[in-house]
Design a protein around this ligand. Structure first.
Ligand SMILES: *[C@@H]1O[C@H](CO)[C@@H](O)[C@H](O)[C@H]1NC(C)=O
Ligand SMILES: *[C@@H]1O[C@H](CO)[C@@H](O)[C@H](O)[C@H]1NC(C)=O
Length: 374
């Protein structure tokens, strides 16, 4: 980490927050917290940096990130997720934390699913929670279809009690068992909303049963005692990957603003108030381990004098015009107006949260487009 660059980046972050008046960075940690706070994060995410390999970024979310990068140049609502047709500025791929299935028992396979939706902050409004279950059968022979039932678990069941008593079916359908991956999606918004209340999330249970007595069925049941194992047990287990796409809206980060019109600021020396180029490289701030993309961005900053007489191009308010006038009469008593951002635009960021979920978020007011004397 280059300390100077870090300082510059943090000062710029402070500028973006409108606290440019800070003449020096006394406590960089405090500044970092302030900046993270403005991003709706209570602390710097510390994804499993040492628990590699890291979760891949789903291709859908990459495409959404790239689309949003391009759409920032156009006029579009940053608080609507057009891909899902709902309001929102945060898209999370919440990981399934349920245990792995232990194997086929009694002709059926059970996979618990658990999505920690507490990663959503209380202020966020949940617009959509869509469950996606992907099956990848590593099976070449066997039943051509399975019956899948998804239950919501409504309470913890004690050992020995009837496990069926504590669950309610949510969805029942058949899934084909061919070598190509298949997936099932389901809108779980009301259920996920109920999970946000403390102590209410017991997760889901996925149950799979082979359909019909088709040839090769026994290959799905390698655990039956006395059976010669026709296949390696792991070979007969399907790969079940579940994720919950949660789209939410942080209303505090959603004021209507004009969007960026691809600013490329000229680099010309001048003492007069204007937007200056500043590229913030997240590596310089030590954030490369949690920010996936972009690696940095052109944040810019405002700097320069607001001299008397204030010209129109400095976008001064009437108040600023009067202040420069008073300043020119007695510079020691009244300072010049400040050179501050008057138009900012958003960027999108893709990052890992503490639970290693992939999050796509649209942040307003990240890029200085225009400055003015205020
Ligand atoms: C869920 O996430 C929250 C916030 O990150 C965390 O405090 C909590 O321990 C997590 N719960 C579980 C069961 O993982
Ligand atoms: C003032 O606003 C105009 C457009 O509204 C812009 O072209 C100009 O660069 C702004 N001035 C400064 C100092 O940024």
């Amino acid at each position: 980490m280059r300390p100077n660059a870090t300082l510059v980046a943090l000062l710029a972050a402070a500028c973006l927050l409108g606290t440019c008046a800070l003449s020096r960075v006394e406590d960089m940690r405090a500044q970092e917290r302030l900046f993270l706070g403005s991003m709706g994060l209570s602390e710097r995410p510390r994804p499993a940096g040492n628990r590699l390999p890291r979760r891949n970024v789903p291709s859908e979310i990459w495409r959404m990130f790239q689309r949003s990068e391009n759409s920032h140049a156009r006029e579009s609502d940053p608080c609507t997720v057009s891909e899902y047709g709902v309001r929102g500025n945060i898209i999370r791929y919440v990981q399934d934390q349920g245990a792995l299935p232990s194997g086929w028992s009694g002709g059926c396979l059970e996979k618990p699913l658990y999505f920690n939706v507490s990663v959503l902050q209380p202020v966020e409004l949940l617009s959509l929670a869509q469950l996606e279950i992907k099956f990848h059968w590593k099976l070449l022979q066997g039943p051509r279809a399975l019956s899948m039932t998804l239950y919501k678990v409504i309470r913890a069941t004690l050992r020995g009690a009837d496990p069926k008593a504590g669950r309610r079916p949510v969805l029942s359908q058949s899934v084909p068992a061919h070598p190509e991956p298949t997936s099932v999606t389901l809108d779980l918004t009301p259920l996920a909303e109920s999970w946000r209340r403390p102590g209410r999330n017991y997760g889901l249970l996925l149950e799979l049963l082979p359909l019909g007595g088709e040839p090769g069925e026994e290959q799905l049941l390698p655990f039956r005692p006395g059976n010669a194992l026709p296949l390696e047990p792991a070979f007969a287990l399907p790969l079940v990957r579940a994720s919950l796409v949660a789209v939410s809206l942080n209303p505090h980060q959603c004021r209507s603003r004009r969007r960026r019109s691809a600013v490329h600021l000229p680099v010309t020396p001048s003492n007069v108030c204007r937007a200056r180029r500043l590229y913030i490289d997240f590596k310089d701030v030590g954030w490369q381990d949690w920010i996936i993309a972009p690696q940095g961005y052109l944040a810019n900053y405002c700097h320069g004098e607001c001299p008397f007489p204030l010209s129109e191009s400095l976008n001064g308010t009437n108040h600023a015009i009067l202040q420069t006038l008073v300043h020119s009469l007695d510079p020691h008593v009244t300072p010049q107006p400040c050179c501050v951002p008057i138009r900012l635009s958003p960027i999108s960021m893709l990052y890992y949260d503490n639970n290693d979920n992939v999050v796509l978020r649209h942040y307003q007011d990240m890029v200085v487009d225009e400055c003015g004397c205020r």
